[in-house]
Design a protein around this ligand. Structure first.
Ligand code: ATP
Ligand code: MN
Ligand code: MN
Length: 309
């Protein structure tokens, strides 16, 4: 816990009414991005990011010495955090714990003040923590694969979800891969969602074992894409849409439409600067979310049939 009094004076700035200390400190080197600019990113994109981020447990990736320095994940709210950084009580195997949860733009900017660069979200909202409202298939390609292979993998996940009646949208991770996200109505429980996503990933790996694997082992990933379905477990997170990535280039995790994906050549297609142009367009993931599906008996029966074949 921090006990020192907040420093006042010219070494601070205001972003959307929130205090930002050391605003000119460089967080990214190339392109140069200051701590103030990170806060401004989240202020400018708050309306975009909050529909996906607010009122659910959030983990922060904090990089107090910039992204070239040491970064660490934090999921618990601790004393000394800016006041708008809220909390939700989550039942864990060690009893209830206070996880970070944000309800508005001030909380987002408050996290940026603490050196948060990335935001990672649970697959369920606070009011329905045991009923996930999204499925994520995180495509993790082996280093040797090109982006065309990752796109093909994402399209294959989409095709399989489509066949089961689920709507999905792709998100460029800002790193190496694509996340295929299927919004759900918060009806089914974690166990069902996890079994569903494991079965889909496994079927895909069994159909094209030269291309895909559904197990985490690094050795099996050689030349293949790991269909990481493990994001769909209680307590797992995935990077939030419109989060910056704490990697060279100040890239942004960016939802795109399936049509757009065709012309995209890298998972790092958008960065802190170019993302601003997209604010004039509707968010493709938001649109998909409006068509969320219930993972019910019908869907599960269809998948079960495929497993038995
Ligand atoms: P890439 O496209 O480069 O794989 P990614 O965000 O998908 O980028 P992964 O390593 O595949 O990166 O991780 C997937 C998700 O798992 C992350 O977005 C993050 O939410 C979560 N995650 C991974 N490692 C950790 C960790 N050490 N602590 C907490 N969450 C983590
Ligand atoms: Mn990944
Ligand atoms: Mn992964």
């Amino acid at each position: 816990a921090q006990v020192a009094k907040p420093k006042r004076g010219k070494g601070e700035a205001q972003v959307a009414g929130m205090r930002i200390s050391s605003p000119d400190r460089l967080v990214f080197e190339d392109p140069p991005v200051s701590k103030r600019e990170v806060a401004e990113h989240y202020a400018a994109l708050a309306e975009r990011i909050l529909p996906f981020l607010k009122d659910r447990p959030v983990s922060l990736l904090r990089c107090p010495d910039g992204v070239a320095g040491e970064c660490f994940f934090q999921k618990h709210r601790t004393q000394g955090m800016p006041e708008p950084v809220g909390t939700v009580s989550v039942e864990t195997k060690d009893g209830p714990e206070d996880f970070i949860s944000l309800s508005g733009a001030a909380g987002l900017i408050g996290c940026a003040q603490m050196g948060a660069i990335e935001f990672h979200i649970w697959g369920a909202k606070n009011r329905t923590l045991d009923r996930p409202d999204r499925l994520v298939f995180d495509l993790d390609p082996d280093e040797a694969l090109d982006f065309a292979a990752v796109k093909a993998g994402a399209l294959e996940v989409r095709r399989r979800l489509d066949a089961l009646g689920l709507v999905s949208a792709p998100m460029l991770s800002g790193g190496k891969g694509i996340h295929v996200i299927a919004p759900l109505k918060p009806k089914a429980e974690w166990e069902t969602v996890k079994l569903f996503s494991r079965a889909l990933a496994t079927l895909m790996a069994e159909a094209e074992p030269e291309r895909y694997v559904a197990t985490m082992s690094k050795a099996e990933r050689k030349g293949r894409i790991f269909i990481d379905w493990l994001r769909n477990e209680r307590g797992s997170t995935a990077v939030a849409p419109y989060s910056l990535r704490a990697r060279p280039g100040a890239k942004v995790a960016t939802p795109v439409s399936w049509d757009e994906l065709e012309g995209i050549t890298t998972a790092g297609a958008f960065n802190i600067a170019s993302i601003r142009d997209r604010l004039a367009l509707p968010c493709p993931l938001r649109e998909a979310s409006a068509r969320a599906v219930t993972l019910g008996a019908q869907v599960l029966k269809r998948l079960e049939k495929q497993v038995q074949e």
